[in-house]
Every structure is written in structure tokens, then in C-alpha cells.
Design a protein around this ligand. Sequence first.
Ligand code: WTA
Length: 658
Amino acid sequence: MSFDTTGADNQSGDALENLLTENRHFEPSAEFAANAIVQAGEYAKANADRPAFWAEKSRELLSWSKPFTKSLDWSNPPFATWFEDGEINAAYNALDRHVEAGNGDRVAIHFEGEPGDTRTYTYAQLTEEVKKAANAFESLGLAKGDRVAVYLPMIPEAVITLLACARIGAIHSVVFGGFSADALRSRIDDAEAKLVVTADGTFRRGKPSSLKPAVDEALANPGHSVTNVVVVKRNGEDVNWVEGRDVWWDDTVGTASAEHTAVGHASEHPLFILYTSGTTGKPKGILHTTGGYLTQAAYTHRAVFDLHPETDVFWCTADVGWVTGHSYVTYAPLINGATQVMYEGTPDSPHQGRFWEIVEKYKVSILYTAPTAIRTFMKWGEDIPAKYDLSSIRLLGSVGEPINPEAWMWYRRVIGGNNAPIVDTWWQTETGAIMIAPLPGVTSTKPGSAQVPMPGIAVDVVDELGASVPHGHGGYLVIREPWPSMLRGIWGDNDRYKDTYWSRFDGMYFAGDGAKWDEDGDVWLLGRVDDVMNVSGHRLSTTEIESALVSHPSVAEAAVVGAADETTGQAVVAFVILRGSAVEDADIVTTLRNHVGREIGPIAKPKTILVVPELPKTRSGKIMRRLLKDVAEGREVGDSSTLADNTVMNQIAASLKA
Ligand code: WTA
């Protein structure tokens, strides 16, 4: 069976047919169901009164320093508030209270560095580190409401930094380490960050890989808001040093006092900004606030992963640079008092069994990873995981893109011992926490479908006009009611927030994904319906990469599409028209790939760049990406009758053959 991940409008008839005839179901084992944290009654209870349900969960899972009396306020849509009159400290909830409850000796983080170095933090130790970092940041002049850009590898200091910010009410803005100096600078400027926390570098496939030079380059031109850069020593590389601006982590955090009292912040106090690609223009700073976000992150983590904090070992493989690394590495596992694994490196370093070696070593019981990783493991072969003892695994999660039924089946059989339930979780940077997923002790799981809206979440699939479609039909995924961890806006741009998410359908949140209800009433996610690509679970915008290409003097015009790719889900394919003499430049493709790497970051480099004489455009000048996608995916080109010049596709075909 094939499953097309390239967008709802590109679903082939066969793929849809297959979706609707998926009839493999896997019931949870009797033992799993009996011990499950969340039972079936939860749905009815939640849906009877959503705000009351979330208020109850919030009181149950979090410690409020000032209890709230109000749940949801939706009197000024699309601006929601949750638990507005309450006060809470995120770091206190993630740390201190576990120590106060006598669980200070429980391991919070088992850290595994790429070179094989390890560190273990108990809850007591992590609390101490966060208190020191909070004091150190305050001593650098950081105050409540200030923004902090975080440009760190997957090391414990990343979690410590985020929680230290949350503790003092500073707003963190993590920039993934794979983004370039330019991308970092534009995010620093947009959020007007006062502090940058970075490292000398990290390790990638056994070699040092730098971070600090990108920070130096980002801050080279004046006019920025940064007063200090805190640098973690990680890979020991020589670094350039700006006296008065740069400080070593060890010299500030290392020497700071370990006494720090957490005070409550208003529930709607901003917790973080996280930039994500949109369809047009510059990346959007997605804004999340405190009380509602923590409530839904903590609840979904317990319910979807069936977390038993005393006995489970949780491992979410996402980088802290993405939202998954915020909600399911930094916040929810610690709020819930879990023991988790954190790994710095890639799955193939130093060998292709690294993940399974880690699972065996720490007896990981819950593994949460992405379909692109699963497909890579499939490619490497099942004899690799077979060498390790994976019997500790009792639940598997997937996130980031649709999971193909084959990959789902492989994951269950080879990694899950034919027994562990799989939870395919759909959500977004904007939703803050999981929105659609099976409940592992309740739902009979089905390969390829994220299945059921979470209790308390009102998901629907609608047609062009916003009317619900019946079972067996597809359309656009929307959310009909506000939810606790919803974005509160786009940093500094309320109009863009309204336009992007709330203007497509009246009164509904438009997610940008195509979806379908199957005959059983389960949801299938069919990929983005806009110009956002999903490469290895990372969001990239076609427009942004086109702008990067066109900013090169050799490029006259560019069009970018996401083409189906066996491993990464989609791959970036660019069609470019060159200017003048560049046509003769044999290295132009390499030059342009590197240029995109510099402008946005290595993750955005096109896999393929095709030099063409023309681009297919409609009479109104709109590039018909659909036709380019056909070319990129090696299909017969579809209907091109609306092109201004219908010989263009032939010219492209001829130029690619040449
Ligand atoms: C896609 C990642 C299908 C989707 C948490 C969404 C998924 C975008 C799934 C958000 C899934 C995420 N099945 N598609 N289980 N999870 N997506 O903001 O297109 O990096 O809109 O958040 O990823 O990506 P983001």
C-alpha cells in the first residue's frame, strides 16, 4: 500500500481508496488497558464541558501559587485567555515541587553525549542548576519579560536555560542550531533579545561542529539588542571572544548561588516564542503563554504516553530547537516527574545501532520519534535493532508528519515487539501540545491514522465553505473551539495572527493541513495544503527558499516544490532560471545550495536544483507549482491548459533531458 504525503490536493485515487480500506486494528492488551492512566470515560466527561474539564486537569497536574477561579475567556476571539486570574511558576512545577515531595533523588535526565560522555541529573540536582542559571541570568541584568535567544545543541544546558528563563519570567526564543547566522539575527531582531545563550559547538558524526561563530556573525553588524552572550563549553573548540559581551557559562552559572525562590507569574504571562515557517514572508514568532500551555502539555504527555512516572523511562528524540523539544522534553516530562533520556547526536553515530543501544542501556519504556527516522531505520535493516534488547519498550509514539502504514507496521513489529501500542500524534508549533492521537489503553490503533481528537479538543474536517464533511470524505482540518495550549498570537503582529489562522473559515482555527474522516470516524492527516513543506518533520516554506535563491546574483527566477521522498517525507526541489553568464557556470548548483545554506541554514538546502529556461505560469503570473511537482516526482505532467504559454512544460522537459 502506498501513502502519499504530498498534500491533500495531490492524493491519488488509489491512495485514498487504500486509506478508506485500512482494516488492520490493534487492540491494547488486556494488561495495558487495565493499567492505563486514562480510561474511556474521559471523552464524554471532557466533551460535556471543555473549560471545566481543562480546569480540573490543570488543578490536578499543576501547582498554582495563586489558584485561578476562571477557566476559558473567549469573549474577544481569536484572543483567548485560560485560567487568567491564576499565578504559576513553570520551573517550580517542573522541579522544586518534586524535590519538596521527596522525589529529589529520582533521575530527571539521563544525558548521552554524541562522543559517549554521559551525565545524570536527579530532580534535586537539576533544580539546583536551574536556580544557579536563574541567578546568573539576573546578574546579567535579565528581568521578567525580557527575551532570550537560545542557540544550543541538545545538551542539558538547553533545558536548564529554558527553565531558568521561565523561572524569572524571561521569554525564551530557541533558534535551532541548524539555522544560519542570518536566520539567527532576524529572530534576535524580531524578538529584540537581550541575552543569547549558546555553546562553542557540539559534535556531529564524531567531529566538532561549531555554533559560536554563527552568533558572532549574527551580531557583527551593530543595531541589535543583545547585551550579553553566555557560552557553554561543549566541544572545546577555540572561540572568538568579545570582551564585555561574552561570558562563559561556567564562570557565571557555575559560580552563582543555588538559592533562588520561584515566584508565580500570571497565567497569561508569555513563556516562549518559537519561530516557524509560514506560507509567506518572514518566519512567524509563535507566542505561547504559561498556565494553559503547561496544562495541556502535561495532560497530553500523561494521557497519550500513558506515563507512569515512578517506573517509566521516556525518550523523546526531538531537538529542543523544535516545539516537540519544548513540550515533550523540557516541560511536560519534568512537570510530570518523569525520568527521561536526552541524546545529543544523530542516530548513525558512531554506528547505526546507536538509538537501540541507548534504549537498551537506559531501559527506555516510551519512545517518541519521527516517521523520517523510522523510515531510515527500515532502510538500514531490521538486523540492526535485533542486536539489542528492546524488551523495555511498552509504548511508541510518532510525530511530525503522516506515518506511512508500512512504517507504522515495521515500528510496531521490529521495535515494539508486536505488542507496544503506537500513538501517532498530530499537532503543531501553534497548537503547543498534542491535539489528535489515540489513547493507548482505550483506542484500537490503526496504521497510518492519528485517529481521535484528544479529550477536550474540538477537531473537524470541513469543505471549501467551512461545512463539516461526512465520514469517508476529505477536506481541511480545523479546530472549532479554543484549547488551553493554543498560540496566543504572532509576536508583534496581531493582524498576521488573525489572517493566517482565523480568516480562512469563520470562527475556526485553520491548521493548514488536509485531512479526511474514514468510515470509522478516525482522522487521517494528508499533509499541508499550503506552501509549507515538511522535510524530515521540519517545516520549510517554499517562498522563503525561493527568496533565498533569488537573492543570489546569478538567479533570475526560482520556484520551489516539496517532492515526495522515501526517507524524508518531502525533499526540497528548486527550479531556477539563471541570469546571463551563470548559465555556463558548471558549479552553479553547488554554489546555490551553499547560498541557501548560508541564508537560511543547512536544513533548507535544496536536494535537487534544476536549471530551466522558463517557469510555468498562469495568465495572472502565478507559478503553477503543481506541474513542477509532477516533474520533480517523475510523473506525467497534469493539466497545463491554464498556462499562459503551454509550450513551457515541453521546454522544461527538453532542458532536463539535455
Ligand atoms: C505535520 C510539529 C501528520 C502537519 C509537532 C503539521 C503531522 C506540521 C503530524 C506541524 C502527524 C505533525 N501526522 N502530520 N502525526 N504531526 N504533522 O509546527 O503538517 O513543526 O501542520 O509541529 O507537521 O509542524 P510543527
